[in-house]
Design a protein around this ligand. Structure first.
Ligand code: ADP
Ligand code: ZN
Length: 768
């Protein structure tokens, strides 16, 4: 019988193979090994093949069906189908993104540990007494047996634990194994951490929070998606915790999405204190093997334990006391994760929380599928019959528009928890400061004074600069030459710590030239990044403890945790960071937040730049004054008159929204029209330009003035590939599927032409 199989490739959606009829059904969702050319590859069985194949195609047999049970569920396949059709990529590209690579390669192996077991001959008490008697003269051996009996459960214990606890050498243990007292066995163990702390009840909500909770539930009766617009530190997270608790009590699974891995660190502690080992965290910093274990756990979590979370206080206490093995089975009912967590095999999903829903990092840029996790979550809600809560202090223009138009429910929390004031925001005019020479490095004098005062009070300070490295440009003082990346059309960023120039597009790095490579003149840095701020602030405040959080300082898996913990425990006074420090983090002692250079946020030529600048600044300011007294935010800028700052000073989201939505309507941007951005890449500039011109012409024939001209992007070459773009607008009322089919046709046509051969053309639907 013929079946369509999904293979993790970008060429076609499905590949047809034969499966002999004697096989067990159902087959959909199981892995198969199939021949492909001279190799073999693992695919997922998708569906029975419908219709005839062309006569010249010789269908091959699958080599092996790998799984006894499907590993991909029907709901997952729906998500894959939707992602591939909406975001214009193949099912195989979705598959490659969706499954941990060890599932696709089938090379997962369980982690194991050595266990020590008592030989059956000594299970009886008398036998043990006799043994201890016999060992009287071998003191060390006797001690080890006694320690074993004390530590073992069911007469077995981990070898490592036994040796650590008793302090006796491995040689002694070996002797006892040779004597036949102990048996040794290799056993699989979970790679996932275990929670050993106490389980607490969710916090009692205050009036504003209880009202929000009820309002959210009411809104869900009308529409499955609700937007919770609550100012920073209004206590949204506590409201989520109550909603999660309720979903669990109904036996449902919960997906809690965050935009940034750094956020999982703090939230893990908060959620684990309430949900214990039911919580699993999932993101790209986990190893593949760990991700396989989480994947499997999610698939089975709600099948094993029924209603273990319908707990009153006594039962909660009981849960604290039951064996860990049992607790472990409830794992994976709450998943906290970054955007890729949408791909887990939920079987009973009841609630999806999209925290900081406005964050652009919910959109995957590369590779395909270029999906938005918020849109995917909303689709999933329909298939699973689940509810979605979008939470934020600064809604995306799109979501707020949908909420105002009644498509989503809308619930607001306007006060901070316990009536704390939102922070006070002021601008520092950099032009004036430089003119008067009232600057220390990149710090205006008034800012330096305020930092000094706050540190003297024992408070903490956050400094935000949206650029990592030391300086974005190293330039010759004589001829103006600035070293560029050999692979990309950008200047290289100076990293002082590694004494190198690094390309932030392709990662290429070189040594620092001591003299200008062109004229031999002296080189000097221009602009500044987090690394430089760190140096300057340390120079200003030699006594202060300073830490930096950016891509460079967080490459290791636990790096976020370490930095955030040290800052939380007030082992650090000043935290410098890129946008990683702006989102959702909660620190008690931060009284002052400074933005060192707001202008780069406002000067990008993008229709979202004001929206995103407001969101980022409002979010980073939200880190100030979260307990105790009112916080303060100082923003350094060359354009203090920019209207964004006016909205920011009064925390006037509505004002910003009204101004932005009017512009969007006028210029036909989302949510009024959809955008599809086509990016063309080629090593050969001539072929690329031929392809771009041809594609633009053909699109224009179909779509008229909805098509832009050929756009030359600000970075024209990345990793030795030249880049061009074409933007297409589609009315929201239009048949988008038809439009996409037409676009695909034109792409295929252009790629087949001799003069533009080899051009990569990447569609990005709803680009950010
Ligand atoms: P948001 O998610 O809106 O930024 P959080 O949920 O982080 O706000 O709340 C801010 C602070 O107030 C946190 O430290 C949180 O623990 C505390 N908090 C919020 N609600 C309550 C409550 N009902 N009882 C006790 N503390 C609360
Ligand atoms: Zn480069």
């Amino acid at each position: 019988m013929l079946f369509d199989i999904i293979l993790p490739l970008a060429i076609a959606d499905v590949y047809t193979y034969n499966i002999p009829e004697t096989i067990q059904y159902p087959l959909t969702g199981k892995r198969v090994l199939v021949p492909l050319g001279r190799k073999s590859i693992i695919g997922i069985i998708y569906r029975k093949h419908e219709g005839e194949l062309p006569a010249n195609i010789k269908v091959r047999d699958v080599l092996q069906i790998i799984d006894e049970e499907p590993i991909v569920t029907a709901e997952q396949l729906k998500l894959w189908e939707w992602l591939s059709s909406y975001y214009m990529c193949t099912l195989g590209e979705v598959m490659a993104a969706a499954l941990p690579s060890e599932i696709i390669d089938d090379n997962y192996s369980a982690a194991t540990t050595q266990y020590i077991q008592l030989a059956p001959a000594y299970l009886a008490k008398e036998a043990q007494e006799q043994l201890l008697g016999e060992l009287k003269r071998a003191k060390k051996q006797e001690q080890l047996v006694r320690d074993f009996l004390r530590l073992a459960q069911n007469y077995q214990v981990e070898r490592r634990v036994l040796l650590e606890q008793s302090g006796v050498s491995g040689a002694i243990l070996r002797t006892l194994i040779e004597k036949g007292v102990f048996l040794e066995e290799q056993r699989p163990v979970s790679r996932l951490l275990q929670y050993t702390g106490e389980i607490q009840s969710p916090k009692t909500l205050d009036i504003q929070q209880s009202r929000a909770l009820t309002a959210i539930q009411r809104a869900w009766e009308k529409t499955p998606v609700t937007l919770l617009h609550g100012v920073t530190s209004s206590g949204k997270t506590e409201v989520y915790i109550h909603l999660i608790d309720q979903a669990l009590k109904q036996g449902k699974q919960v997906l809690y999405l965050v935009p940034e891995i750094a956020l999982t660190t703090q939230l893990t502690d908060r959620l684990r204190a309430v949900f214990g080992d039911q919580l699993l965290v999932y993101h790209s910093k986990f190893s593949n093997a760990e991700r396989v274990e989480i994947y499997n756990q999610v698939q089975h979590s709600s099948k094993i334990v029924q209603n273990s979370s319908i707990l009153n206080d006594t039962e909660r206490e009981a849960l604290n006391n039951i064996e860990h093995s049992e607790r472990r089975e409830a794992r994976g009912r709450v998943i906290l994760g970054a955007r890729s967590a949408i791909f887990l095999p939920f079987n009973n999903l009841g609630l999806i929380i999209v925290d900081e829903e406005h964050e652009p990092s919910y959109k995957q840029q590369d590779p395909a599928p270029r999906y938005h996790a918020r849109s995917a979550a909303i689709m999933m809600a329909y298939w699973y019959g689940a509810k979605v809560l979008l939470g934020t202090a600064t809604p995306s223009i799109e979501s707020y528009y949908n909420a105002l138009s009644g498509k989503y429910g809308l619930v607001e929390m306007k006060e901070r928890f316990q009536g704390l004031q939102l922070p006070q925001i002021s601008m520092i005019d950099l032009q004036r400061q430089y003119h008067r020479k009232e600057m220390y490095g990149h710090f205006a004098d008034p800012l330096v004074d305020r930092i000094r005062e706050e540190l003297a009070k024992g408070k903490q300070v956050i400094l935000f600069q949206n650029r990592r490295g030391y300086a974005p440009v190293l330039q010759c003082t004589k001829c103006g030459e600035a070293p560029k990346c050999p692979n990309c059309d950008v200047t290289m960023t100076y990293h002082k710590a590694t004494n190198s120039l690094v390309c932030h597009y392709c990662g290429h790095s070189t040594r620092i030239p001591s003299k200008c490579p062109k004229c031999g003149g002296e080189m000097r840095t221009q602009g500044f990044g987090t690394e430089r701020l760190e140096e300057e602030i340390q120079g200003l405040f030699p006594e202060a403890r300073v830490a930096r959080m950016d891509l460079d300082s967080t490459r290791k898996k636990d790096a976020y945790q370490t930095i955030i913990d040290r800052f939380s425990n007030h082992e650090v006074d000043i935290l410098i960071g890129t946008q990683m420090v702006t989102k959702g983090l909660h620190f008690n002692d931060v009284s002052l937040v400074a933005v060192l250079q707001a202008d780069s946020l406002l000067n990008t030529p993008d229709f979202r730049s004001y929206e995103q600048a407001f969101q980022m600044l409002e979010q980073v300011s939200g880190r100030a004054g979260r307990t105790g007294s009112q916080g303060e935010v100082m923003i350094q800028t060359f354009n203090p008159k920019n209207p964004v700052f006016e909205y920011l000073k009064t925390h006037d989201y509505e004002g910003l929204y009204q101004q932005q939505i009017a512009e969007r309507e006028l210029f036909k941007y989302p949510p009024y029209q959809r955008l599809i951005m086509l990016t063309l890449r080629h090593r050969d500039l001539g072929r690329l330009e031929a392809a771009a011109t041809l594609l633009q012409q053909r699109l224009q024939q179909s779509f008229g003035e909805r098509v832009s001209g050929v756009i030359i992007p600000s970075v024209t070459k990345i990793s030795n590939q030249w880049v061009r773009q074409i933007r297409l607008r589609v009315e929201t009322t239009a048949n988008i599927a038809q439009a996409k089919a037409l676009v695909k046709e034109h792409i295929t046509f252009v790629q087949r032409q001799e003069k533009s051969k080899g051009t990569t053309i990447l569609p990005d639907v709803d680009p950010m």
